[in-house]
Structure formats: structure tokens, C-alpha cells
Design a protein around this ligand. Structure first.
Ligand code: AMP
Ligand code: ZN
Length: 114
């Protein structure tokens, strides 16, 4: 998708602070961090949101969760705790229509979220 920001980051056309990559997924730092650690994990393929997932996306979902597990360790937040957020659609505040998971840590989190 030429007009999708996260597709352009995944292809390398737009620069980002990439911290890790897997065959089907990539992780980079959020440009507007809401916590000391704020990483976005995305599929390289353009999947707009959860309703667009198909059975063949099993591998990409496994890559995403494996990446999040490893980032928790490499960012030093795995023992302290962290939050994974996936905003879906307008009411949740999804701004970028390319499936992504926010991984935030390094501070205490409030519940319920705003
Ligand atoms: P969401 O509101 O869930 O769609 O989240 C989109 C996220 O993308 C926000 O937290 C933005 O700060 C982040 N973002 C937007 N543009 C960039 C960029 N060029 N590089 C890294 N993160 C970005
Ligand atoms: Zn995209």
C-alpha cells in the first residue's frame, strides 16, 4: 500500500528507529512515546486491523508475539511488567490503518485506560 505510513516504514522507504525484525514482522520505536519504552510491532504485510486477519496469518501473529517477548527482555521490562495495546477502529483511537501493537513499559500504568 503506497499511501500507508507503516507499509513505507516496513519497506524502508520511510525511516524509523527499528529495533528488531523477523521474517514477517518488524518493531520500531514510537515517534511520540507515551512511556520510557514505547515500541510499535507491525506485520510487514498490510493488514488494516484484526477483522482482516485470516487463518494464513498464523505465522505473522506468532512472529509478532515472539518479537514482543524478546523486546520485553532486551528493553529490560520483562520482570517489571509492561502493557500491550492494540487500538482498533475509531472509538479506540486507531490513527494508522495498519495493524500494530503498542508495547509500553518503564513506568507504572493506570487502569482503566482513558
Ligand atoms: P494508533 O493511534 O494506535 O493508530 O497509533 C499510531 C502510533 O503511531 C502513534 O502512537 C504515533 O505516535 C505513531 N507514529 C506515527 N508516525 C510514526 C512514525 N513515523 N514513526 C514511528 N511512530 C509513528
Ligand atoms: Zn500498511
Amino acid at each position: 500500500m503506497d499511501d500507508c505510513l507503516f507499509c513505507r516504514i516496513a519497506s524502508g522507504e520511510v525511516g524509523a528507529d527499528i529495533i528488531e525484525e523477523r521474517p514477517t514482522a518488524i518493531a520500531f520505536r514510537d515517534i511520540n512515546p507515551q512511556a520510557p519504552v514505547h515500541v510499535l510491532i507491525i506485520p510487514k504485510e498490510h493488514i488494516p486491523q484484526i477483522k482482516d486477519l485470516k487463518p494464513e496469518h498464523c505465522e505473522v501473529l506468532a512472529d509478532i508475539f515472539s518479537l514482543m517477548r524478546d523486546i520485553g527482555i532486551s528493553e529490560g521490562i520483562d520482570m517489571r511488567g509492561y502493557r500491550i495495546v492494540c487500538n482498533i477502529g475509531e472509538e479506540a483511537g486507531q490513527e494508522v490503518e495498519h495493524l500494530h501493537f503498542h508495547m509500553m513499559g518503564g513506568r507504572f500504568m493506570k487502569w482503566p485506560p482513558g
